[in-house]
Design a protein around this ligand. Structure first.
Ligand SMILES: Cc1cc2nc3c(=O)[nH]c(=O)nc-3n(C[C@H](O)[C@H](O)[C@H](O)COP(=O)(O)OP(=O)(O)OC[C@H]3O[C@@H](n4cnc5c(N)ncnc54)[C@H](O)[C@@H]3O)c2cc1C
Length: 402
């Protein structure tokens, strides 16, 4: 590759905060909310002009389960708060009504119904995004949209400034702590933390809303990354994408839209009134880049007591498994005031199937945000004190607490 040397420049400092959250997906929303509730001055930067990331702009509008599939709720705190917020205007598909009836009550609990129906729901991504925005602004979080983190200044093992670019130009934000909730571990990469790309690249997905038979429906093409999926909706292309290459990712978006056109044309043969009504505006990528943290979680940690647990998650694919997520998957040793949350936490490829989904992004977001409000060095934080705060805010840490 050829290079050009840019001219030296003075970058204006446009903002100063205790915590900079980069990325406003579920992880970033949870982190910002948790930190603001602890009294931190939080700025959240988001590349797009709406909150929610994949869960709203990506139209991935299914809040996967907060339960273990055998009747026990395992994810609590902000993970549950956001699920309830997402269905404030009601669930988006009729099948979820009995599940919500079983789970959204504290009185006369129907144990058999909770075993049968998982604590999950399809929601309206548009109202959810707007409600998240109201929630964060109510808590004093400063949101700056249309803003991309493009560089980080590191001194003595800590980030001092994050460089951003937006409509106002290039500037720097002076920070005490940073949470990388970009989904792609962008800040980790920019600041020299250890990262890795996922070997399993992204299949082409095509989730979009269409109108047919008097109803708006969510189409789930490329719903499962499973070539053996019996319903045939798994593979819509042989091609795989890293999600961290601009040209490759642009092609991914264009192929998804071309597939949408084919799909709508097919559907219109049966029903000429079928029309698309909403398309994803960000790439539907599952796993791209992650931090290699102090600990790398793996699937073998199922049903294991974890001293430094920051909360629990189940496995959306199966009934039974419960994982206590360790604090050490949120940070590495290289950059001490940087934590991650969401789909770029430190796990192996198999465990990422569990940690990349919405409930887990909220669990890791809440923990990272709470921790960020308590310290400017995640490597020396008193985890017991963090756990006390999480428990005080409704989180359950261990399977033995259920
Ligand atoms: C096809 C598909 C199906 C899925 N199905 C489900 C499902 O049914 N249920 C479920 O629970 N999960 C599902 N998932 C997974 C889930 O939707 C996501 O993994 C989760 O929402 C990720 O949240 P996040 O906050 O970690 O990241 P993201 O949602 O990716 O949010 C990251 C945010 O950071 C912003 N950003 C990125 N880089 C920068 C930067 N440099 N500077 C500033 N901002 C930046 C982005 O614009 C984005 O808003 C699915 C995913 C895919 C792709």
């Amino acid at each position: 590759m050829n290079f050009i040397t840019e001219k030296e420049r003075n970058t204006p400092i446009s903002d100063k905060c205790d915590l900079l959250v980069a990325g406003g997906g579920i992880a970033g929303i949870s982190a910002a909310l948790a930190a603001a509730r602890e009294g931190a001055r939080v700025t959240l930067i988001e590349r797009e002009y709406m909150l929610g990331g994949l869960a709203t702009l990506g139209l991935i509008a299914i809040y996967l389960p907060l339960c273990d599939g055998v009747g026990r709720q395992v994810s609590f705190g902000i993970a549950e708060e956001l699920l309830r917020l997402s269905i404030h205007f009601g669930v988006d598909r009729d099948e979820d009504v009995p599940a919500m009836k079983a789970w959204l009550t504290d009185e006369n609990i129907d144990v058999e119904a909770r075993k049968k129906y998982r604590y999950a729901a399809q929601y309206n991504p548009h109202t959810f995004a707007a409600e998240c925005e109201q929630l964060l602004t109510k808590h004093g979080v400063k949101i700056i949209y249309g803003t991309v983190a493009v560089d980080a200044n590191v001194e003595g093992g800590k980030i001092t400034h994050v460089m951003i670019e937006n409509k106002s130009g290039r500037s720097a934000i002076e920070v005490k702590t940073v949470i990388d909730a970009t989904g792609d571990a962008d800040i980790c990469k920019l600041s020299g933390a250890k990262t890795a790309l996922f070997d399993k690249k992204n299949m082409l997905a095509n989730w979009y809303y269409y109108f047919k038979n008097g109803k708006v429906n969510l189409r789930l093409l490329g719903a499962l990354d499973d070539p053996d999926d019996p319903d045939g909706s798994a593979q819509i292309s042989e091609r795989r994408f890293t999600g961290v290459d601009a040209v490759d990712t642009s092609e991914m978006m264009m192929l998804a839209r071309a597939d949408m056109l084919k799909d709508v044309t097919r559907q219109r043969k049966e029903n000429p009134e079928c029309v698309p009504v909403c398309l994803p505006t960000i790439p539907q990528v599952r796993t791209t880049r992650r931090i290699i943290g102090k600990h790398v979680s793996n699937y073998g940690e199922e049903h294991t007591y974890t001293e430094t647990s920051i909360g629990m998650v189940g496995d959306w694919r199966k009934r039974g498994p419960v994982f206590e997520l360790p604090f050490e998957i949120l940070y590495g040793e290289e950059v001490k005031n940087l934590a991650v949350a969401g789909r770029c936490v430190s796990t192996d490829e198999e465990m990422a199937e569990v940690t990349r989904v919405i409930p887990s992004c909220a669990v890791t977001g809440q923990a990272a945000g709470t921790a960020a409000a308590m310290c400017d060095d995640f490597t020396t934080l008193d985890v017991k004190k963090l756990q006390e705060k999480l428990v005080a805010n409704g989180v359950k840490l261990h399977e033995t607490d259920l």
